[in-house]
Design a protein around this ligand. Structure first.
Ligand code: HEM
Length: 537
């Protein structure tokens, strides 16, 4: 089936917003007045003398002032990226899990935009660095926009959003000298990883080949956080979302990554652009892992902990849909740079869980879009939903929508803009039962920081293990503070004693004689978790 009327409107809408320059177009100012030249500022001139410029020239001033303000703040993370338009189709209805048509209606094709990115580098940094890759998808559904703001690695460095500024500050260039601009390999990054044991699983993934993908077309994508789906019977499941590429998952080797970083810093964005321009459209299968609500506590890890995967032998991935990227952007800035993702954008049938990291993200993205793009960011063509938008939000910088009428409040005497009912597709919150006490705390299972890191290391082939060893040796060798690298070498014994010894042999450092006695719970972590509940029954 083709696009529904609303979805195809979106494409027309975008096309209408797109200006094609034609030879018959004549130069004008932004207020539409035709101009005689591109080339000369208005001056007091004579045959002998090119006189002073006149401040009066509105065209000259407009041209320079528009240029002066071309740059907007880059994203605070994931600044470096590119993306493309595409289509999503569900091939097997997930109606046992959700009533969201985007995941159940097999006759639908939903337009999407995907942005791939690195995390730590600035907008002009190189593509092939060792780093996590962002994989963010905006679905323009007939029920509103749904964003899966994912990464190419299934876990994350932190369990609690309050640690996000710390992990990013530690990873970005150091504050005194803005060194290094390469993505890792520095004192602060490894100092933090040493002290913050809940990052162990994630930093191991970032030292694996997953952190130097060969192509964005050959990366998996993971929603990472735990979401929920609710079906028509009102039953709820905890879910994780996965993209798996048709081309398979492939990485560079480190030497290639280093050389490409110098020779062709645009390697990944060019690869995606050229593939699409040549009709070799990248494709991903869309998968869901689902756990019935009643089984929440049946696992030896907390299913709301973003530093843990759900092993597929316990919770298989069911592939129900596919996405193809088949159109390059028309203009980078207005589409790739101005697209604004928010994890809080979900549609009826899809919901959040109490995953603490997700709850924090739901606040953070909306907030950051307001400072990066302005409070009316959702009116930009790339961010506008395909379905009608109507409410009494008003004004703010750069408001586009002109709403006619004499009232902007509810209730009003005309009955204008009443709330929708459930039968009209309103988003209704799942009536989740809540219990607990007010405390800065996490559940006990969040204290296991090492066992999945060990699981991951043991799953690697000998070649992949050697790559991890080489990666740690490269990274720690570039930390000039001996406290940082020697403590970090020792810390690798939390994962595997042979790993620790192999790295120690390459960079120096002091491997412990035997594996740590307490491999399964955090050590040396600051007292971030208050597991006693004073005052609780
Ligand atoms: C971008 C915050 C965790 C994936 C961003 C941005 C912020 C942010 C402020 C910049 C957005 C923009 O300016 O458009 C946070 C916070 C987190 C967190 C507070 C944890 C508490 C994560 C996790 C993932 C992730 C766990 C992966 C699942 C992304 C991606 C982007 C992004 C892919 C780039 C979006 C784009 O391409 O425009 N994040 N993030 N973040 N984040 Fe996170």
């Amino acid at each position: 089936a083709g696009l529904g009327p609303r979805e195809s409107d979106k494409l027309n809408d975008l096309a209408r917003e797109t200006k094609d320059m034609k030879p018959e177009d004549r130069l004008t100012t932004d207020y539409g007045v035709k101009q005689p030249t591109h080339d000369d500022w208005l001056k007091v001139a004579s045959k002998e003398h090119t006189g002073p410029l006149l401040l009066e020239d509105p065209y000259g001033r407009e041209k320079i002032m528009r240029f002066d303000h071309e740059r907007i703040p880059e994203r605070v993370v994931h600044a470096r990226g590119a993306g493309a338009f595409g289509r999503f189709r569900v091939l097997e209805s997930a109606s046992d899990l959700t009533f969201a048509p985007v995941l159940t209606d097999t006759s639908r094709e939903t337009p999407v935009f995907v942005r791939f990115s690195t995390v730590l580098g600035s907008r002009g940094s190189a593509d092939t660095v060792r780093d996590v890759r962002g994989f963010a998808t905006k679905f323009y559904t007939a029920e509103g926009n749904w964003d899966i703001v994912g990464n190419d690695i299934p876990v994350f460095f932190i369990q609690d959003p309050i640690k996000f500024p710390d992990v990013i500050h530690a990873g970005k260039p150091e504050p005194h000298n803005e060194v290094p601009q390469a993505q890792s390999a520095h004192n602060n990054f490894w100092d933090f990883q040493y002290n913050h044991t809940e990052a162990t699983h994630m930093f191991l993934w970032t030292m694996s080949d997953r952190a130097i993908p060969r192509s964005w077309r050959m990366m998996q994508g993971f929603g990472v956080n735990t979401f929920t789906l609710t079906n028509a019977k009102g039953e709820r499941h905890f879910v994780k979302f996965t993209w798996t590429p048709e081309l398979g998952v492939h990485s560079l080797v480190w030497d290639e990554a280093l050389k490409l970083g110098g020779q062709d810093p645009d390697f990944h964005r060019k690869d995606l652009w050229e593939a699409i321009a040549n009709g070799v459209y990248p494709k991903w299968k869309f998968g869901i892992q689902a756990i019935p609500e009643a089984d929440e506590h049946k696992f030896d890890f907390d299913i709301l902990d973003a530093t843990k995967i759900w092993p597929e032998d316990l919770v298989p991935t069911r592939y129900i849909g596919e996405m193809v990227l088949d159109r390059n952007p028309d203009e980078f800035f207005t589409q790739v740079e101005q697209i604004a993702f928010c994890t809080s954008h979900v549609v009826p049938g899809i919901g959040f869980s109490d995953d603490p990291l997700l709850q924090g993200r739901n606040f953070s993205y909306f907030d950051t879009q307001i400072s990066r793009l302005g409070v009316n960011f959702q009116e930009l063509p790339i961010n506008r939903p395909v379905c009608p938008v109507m409410n009494f939000n008003r004004d703010g910088a750069l408001r586009h929508t002109i709403t006619r009428g004499t009232v902007n409040y509810w209730p009003n005497r005309y009955g204008v803009c009443p709330a929708a009912s459930q039968s009209e597709g309103a988003y209704l919150e799942y009536a989740q039962k809540l219990a607990g006490i007010k405390a800065r705390a996490r559940s006990a299972k969040f204290q296991d920081h090492f066992s999945q890191a060990q699981l991951f290391y043991n799953s690697l082939s000998p070649v992949e293990k050697q790559h991890v060893i080489n990666a740690f040796a490269f990274e720690l060798d570039h930390c000039e503070d001996p406290v940082v690298y020697s403590r970090m070498v020792e810390r690798l014994a939390d994962i595997d004693l042979d790993l620790c010894r192999a790295v120690a042999a390459m960079v120096g450092g002091d491997p412990p004689g035997k594996a740590p006695a307490r491999p399964n719970h955090g050590r040396r972590a600051p007292a971030i978790s208050q597991l006693e509940f004073p005052g609780a029954e």
